[in-house]
Design a protein around this ligand. Structure first.
Ligand code: MN
Length: 280
């Protein structure tokens, strides 16, 4: 399998000024690209050649593990960030309070782990098979899925992640990562099956609301207006909140989750439950 640089889910300047375009261009465009190139050079002719990325990360050692895990970890990291400030959804908050005592304690412990990790590595929020949340520092390319944990969120504490914007100030970088973390995405990952039954898509950090109950979707959306477009999975018609559906009495600017319960797809007539967020 030939790996390629996946599309970044936001523009390279979308996280400015907290994370500069230059940082994204180096970190995403050059560092991640190098790990991808290395992996593509290392796997031909080995048993890893036709494996999915998560299988390689779970089973390889040495340079193949290092490069495969760095590819996965970076995709996960960049898919965890969002230019839109996202509050911690209530259901995630409850789990964090249950397992760390309070949100403040969780943040303090996470920051402490990130600042004190010696050398290069990653600090993860991960969930064990019993559902409990843990802060797990990993050196170099480490990923806690190797130990059966499901990754939920991560901060890259390799110096290349922050040196352009923050020089040696890792703590300042950790603080901005808090602000850039998409906590809805973290919650969606938490609601997915344990790591042994999870899909490759989730492990590389992408998330989908597919299969989530309405109650969970509502919980995710309760803190803000959801201005994403939604696509009808039956016919492909796209609901764009900026346009609304004026012919059917829905004014422009109406978020998808505020559409009336009896609203149906204007093209094929199916209900709202047949819509899912359009690709970012
Ligand atoms: Mn990195």
């Amino acid at each position: 399998m030939i790996y390629t640089l996946p599309p970044l889910p936001y523009a390279s300047d979308a996280l400015e000024p907290r994370m500069s375009k230059e940082t994204i261009e180096y970190h995403y465009g050059k560092h991640l690209q190098t790990y991808i190139d290395n992996l593509n050079n290392l796997i031909p002719g080995t048993i890893y050649e036709n494996m999915e990325l998560d299988e390689i990360v779970m089973t390889a050692e040495g340079p193949i593990f290092n490069n495969a895990a760095q590819v996965m970890n970076h995709m996960f990291f960049f898919n965890t960030l969002s230019p839109k400030r996202k509050n911690i959804p209530q259901e995630l908050k409850e789990h964090l309070v249950r397992d760390f005592g309070s949100i403040e304690t969780f943040k303090e412990q996470f920051k402490q782990a990130a600042v004190s990790l010696f050398g290069s590595g990653w600090v993860w929020l991960a969930q064990d098979s019993g559902g409990k949340l843990h802060i797990i520092p990993e050196s170099n390319a480490g990923n806690p899925m190797r130990d059966g944990y499901k990754p939920l969120m991560v901060i890259d504490v390799w110096e290349h992640a922050y040196y352009i914007d923050y020089r040696n100030r890792r703590a300042a970088f950790v603080d901005i990562c808090w602000d850039l973390t998409d906590w809805e995405v973290v919650l969606i990952r938490m609601l997915q099956p344990p790591v042994d039954r999870i899909t490759q898509t989730v492990l590389i950090g992408q998330t989908t609301r597919e299969g989530l109950t309405d109650a969970i979707t509502d919980a995710i959306m309760e803190d803000e207006k959801d201005m994403r477009s939604y696509v009808c999975v039956t016919c492909g018609w796209i609901y764009d909140p900026a346009e609304g559906d004026p012919e059917n009495g829905v004014p422009a600017g109406t978020p998808f989750n505020e559409l009336p319960d009896d609203w149906t797809c204007p093209a094929c007539g199916v209900g709202k439950e047949y819509f899912e967020p359009a690709a970012r």
